[in-house]
Design a protein around this ligand. Structure first.
Ligand code: DLL
Length: 434
């Protein structure tokens, strides 16, 4: 499979390190001169741009977290005057003010290059007809992927998210070969197709580029089977750029990171101390080439492991393991640490459970309760009624063995767990926050 930009994506790692150092020095100088927040944070640590002499000197720099971006809302972290900003996006935060990010013309060019790389890594070529079913708008998913796919030369259908019947009509009438959306929306599309008697497996659809939310291997297998496609996982975040930060190649063995444009570290989320390669920790990202909205050591809260071993595809860019959890989505239930992804894995190990679920946590008296609402396939559902007790017990035993907690498993009518065209909401925590 051709590599979009082999000069960079397959560069010798020693040359890459040199390039990264050169760029790191320049971004530190850039923000020190232009962004009061960074100048103050560096001064407070007694660090000057000239102190950056090696890549590990990145550790001299302060971390940046969401708070700094919120406190400077909306444009206080921009490093260029507004007349050089040609696009603004914002994060999908559900509460309070969003985080606002900006792009210069140069930033948009880089972004397009990086999303072209991940589209190409998944196998998209100029022969493909790509249906974009990410939300367009302030979300980075739609516009970010859109331009990269165009740059590859494929034909883009900018459908946007939602209106699933129309998505299916377009797929059939336009001969869509690749679908781009969140994994949960891909499953919903599969479900509506099945209900409408549309056979996507034998349609021209052959690829799926998914991302924007966590999904495990069980979920991927389900999507690949029901849509008859190869599905790649793509990661990114608005604060750093959007999609294009990392993405899988056709080997699906970790997400290649755009290391020529970002410096990645993995740290212990508690202490902030760097961890050796191969250990799981929080991903920290420093942008190396962004002009309008550079970030130093941004705390993503996403947990992953980095691997610099060469990949069979020929890319030398290191790979990060699929992000399954965030440091801040861990639930502590009766003192036990539980990640929603563990529950998803447990559920998908039980035959007949559909990949739609909702985790409901509550407090009854002084006791935390964990309820997992699941759906089973329509045909199974009717056969199941007599056997429901045995079935839910099987699911709850599975959860118990994976997370070590007794959960109440509730079987709900097929189709009643909320479907979304964007990012799925998997957890409702009703416990008081005191
Ligand atoms: O979700 C950017 C994006 C759009 C990436 C489309 C890929 C495709 P935000 O809305 O700012 O940006 O959300 C960023 O979503 O910190 C992760 O916690 C999560 N996330 C994004 N992609 C993945 C993924 C976009 N592939 C936050 N796997 C990140 C797991 C992901 N989590």
């Amino acid at each position: 499979m051709p590599i979009w930009n082999a000069e960079y994506e397959s560069m010798a790692r020693a040359d890459l390190a040199e390039l990264q150092l050169r760029r790191l020095k320049s971004v530190v100088a850039w923000v020190y001169e232009r962004v009061p927040h960074y100048r103050e944070a560096l001064d407070a640590r007694g660090v000057k741009p000239r102190d950056i002499k090696s890549l590990t000197d990145v550790r001299l720099l302060p971390f940046t977290d969401k708070t700094a971006l919120r406190d400077t809302y909306p444009f206080g972290m921009f490093a260029v005057p507004m007349e050089q900003v040609v696009r603004v996006h914002s994060s999908s935060g559900t509460t309070g003010k969003p985080i606002v990010v900006g792009y210069t013309k140069g930033d948009l060019n880089t972004w397009t290059e990086l999303t072209a790389r991940i589209a190409s890594a998944a196998g998209v070529t100029s022969h493909d007809r790509v249906q974009m079913a990410f939300l367009y708008g302030m979300f980075t998913g739609g516009w970010g992927m859109h331009y990269g796919i165009e740059r590859v030369g494929a034909t883009v259908f900018p459908a946007g998210a939602g209106n699933t019947e129309r998505q299916l009509m377009m797929m059939r009438d336009f001969g869509t070969t690749a679908l781009v959306c969140t994994p949960s929306y891909a499953l919903y599309i599969a479900e509506v197709a099945e209900q409408s008697g549309i056979d996507l497996v034998s349609s021209p659809l052959r690829l799926g580029l998914f991302g924007g939310e966590p999904s495990g291997e069980g979920m991927r297998a389900e999507i690949e089977r029901r849509l008859g496609i190869l599905a790649t996982d793509n990661y990114g975040l608005s604060e750093v750029m959007g999609p294009g930060v990392s993405g899988e190649c056709e080997h699906q063995c970790g997400l290649h990171m755009a290391e020529d444009h970002f410096l990645f570290e993995v740290v212990d989320p508690e202490t902030g101390e760097p961890l050796p390669e191969g250990e799981e920790g929080e991903l920290i990202i420093t942008t190396l080439t962004k002009e309008a909205f550079p970030v130093l050591r941004y705390r993503t809260h996403d947990l992953t492991v980095i691997d610099t071993q060469p990949c069979a595809c020929g890319r030398t860019m290191a790979r990060m393991r699929k992000v399954r959890a965030r440091t801040d989505d861990m639930l502590i239930i009766r003192g036990v640490n539980v990640y929603p992804s563990q529950i998803e894995d447990a559920l998908l190990q039980v035959e007949g459970v559909e990949p739609h679920y909702l985790i409901v946590v509550d407090r009854i008296g002084a006791m935390d309760s964990l309820e997992v609402r699941i759906e089973v396939a329509e045909d199974v559902f009717s056969d199941m009624m007599a056997d429901m007790v045995a079935f839910t017990k099987r699911v709850s035993d599975r959860i118990q063995s994976v997370v070590g907690l007794q959960a109440k498993v509730t079987l709900v009518e097929p189709g009643t767990i909320e479907r979304t065209a964007g990012k799925a909401r998997r957890v409702v925590d009703n416990r008081p926050t005191d």
